[in-house]
Design a protein around this ligand. Structure first.
Ligand code: FMN
Length: 402
């Protein structure tokens, strides 16, 4: 029975080859960041209101003038098309069915045009890794705009590839080295090998990064990415300013963790930021989202749309990020575990399950709406003067005890 995030994850562990499960699931280096994120989220305790008498709860939030039924956005995840054949289209359709946005990764397997064609009504966003070759990057942005996408999320937290040693051990290398270990991994996961890998092979070869221009397109695992298309190591605020001038739609910067950077994003004309540690997958000793968020919300919460993510496993985690100042959250691993379990329907089921947990938590908190989370996190000072900063103060004092 798949009753929660952990059940979906456990099933994915069985179904996916180890190199893919670990790639999705794990952190970097000694993996202190995922543990710290969980410790900080778990350390936040709620203080519920009793006998408030609400028959139903309102789980909707407004993000960029659009009402979402739940405060959830499907995060950009590279290689989602390896989890399932045409996995990105399934994610887009699932998000479309639930009326939630789906942010497509630059490093999707399926091209943005094919995802749009597969889910014409989906609220698609696009995540940009800035390529060294800016001309090629600009033509990618034209293709994105041509798909009717007006929300661009620029990832700022990956100037270099993080140190994930298990990828090397598992054989997830570029180029892919044929090895006994990979062969055994594939043999032990025949369902994935047949349904995903064989389907791609029958259609012309190993899966590709579909958003890369055909002339340079990398067959995943077959060749090193051409230098022009590696992520620019020298990305700076000048690039954000340039993107602001070049992109007429909404612009978000993803991976912001300090007040200074959040204020700079505002000054450069960003419409929003994602307070994110990339799922605790990049810098291993990074501050957790739960610790980074409150001061950022205090500083720019009324000027920028604040989204948050990393290591969400329960609806209560979502409510905690919202209580700390986020408007909505992004989810990376959870929809991928859903996708593994049951394709589009599985992704929908995972997201719906989190929605139910959000509703349950809200009911147990005695609150009627997500806009009413003031003072719901346990705090020492008991003051109620300024709701927004009370939440932040409350969270901070709780976190300082971790
Ligand atoms: C398998 C995987 C691939 C990812 N690929 C990208 C990516 O291409 N671009 C990006 O900005 N973030 C990427 N992320 C980070 C997510 O967008 C998001 O910040 C993170 O997954 C949130 O944490 P969670 O997975 O615990 O929900 C990836 C995350 C995972 C798990």
């Amino acid at each position: 029975m798949l009753l929660n995030f952990h059940d979906y994850r456990a099933q994915a562990r069985k179904r996916l080859p180890r190199f893919l499960f670990d790639y999705i699931d794990r952190g970097a280096e000694d993996e202190t960041a995922p543990r710290q994120h969980r410790a900080d989220l778990d350390a936040l305790r709620f203080r519920p209101d009793m006998l408030t008498g609400h028959a139903t709860r309102d789980l909707s939030v407004v993000v960029f003038n659009k009402q979402l039924p739940f405060p959830l956005i499907v995060a950009p995840t590279a290689l989602a098309g390896l989890v399932l054949h045409n996995g990105e289209i399934a994610l887009a359709r699932g998000a479309e069915t639930l009326s939630l946005p789906y942010c497509v990764s630059t490093q999707a397997i399926t091209s943005i045009e094919a995802i749009r064609a597969g889910a014409p009504e989906a609220d698609l966003w696009f995540q940009l890794y800035v390529w060294k070759n800016r001309e090629q990057m600009r033509s990618l942005l034209q293709r994105v705009a041509g798909c009717g996408i007006d929300t661009l999320v620029v990832t700022a937290d990956t100037p270099v590839l993080p140190n994930r040693e298990y990828n090397l051990r598992n054989g997830l290398t570029t180029p892919l080295q044929p090895s006994f270990r990979v062969a055994l991994d594939l043999a032990l996961h025949p369902r994935w090998s047949l349904q995903v890998l064989t389907t791609y092979l029958r259609q012309g070869g190993l899966p590709q990064l579909g958003n890369y221009p055909p002339a340079f397109r990398t067959r995943v695992g077959r060749a090193a990415m051409a230098a022009d298309f590696t992520i620019d190591h020298c990305l700076s605020w000048r690039d954000i300013a340039e993107l602001r001038r070049a992109w007429s739609g909404r612009l978000l910067v993803k991976g912001i963790l300090t007040v200074n950077n959040a204020e700079q994003a505002f000054r450069e004309g960003a419409d929003g930021i994602v307070v994110s540690t990339h799922g605790a997958r990049n810098l291993d000793s990074v501050v957790s989202t739960a610790r980074a968020l409150p001061p950022i919300a205090d500083a720019v919460g009324d000027k920028l749309t604040l989204l948050a993510d990393s290591c969400i496993q329960r609806g209560s985690d979502v409510i905690k990020y919202l209580a700390l100042g986020a408007r909505a959250v992004m989810l990376g691993r959870a929809p991928l575990w859903g996708l593994t379990a049951g394709g589009q329907k599985g992704a929908e089921a995972m997201l719906t399950l989190l929605g139910r947990e959000i509703d349950l938590t809200l009911a147990l908190l005695g609150r009627e709406a997500l806009s009413d989370l003031e003072g719901c996190i346990d705090k020492e000072d008991g003051g109620d003067a300024n709701p927004r900063s009370n939440c932040s103060l409350a969270a901070r004092s709780a976190l300082e005890q971790v």
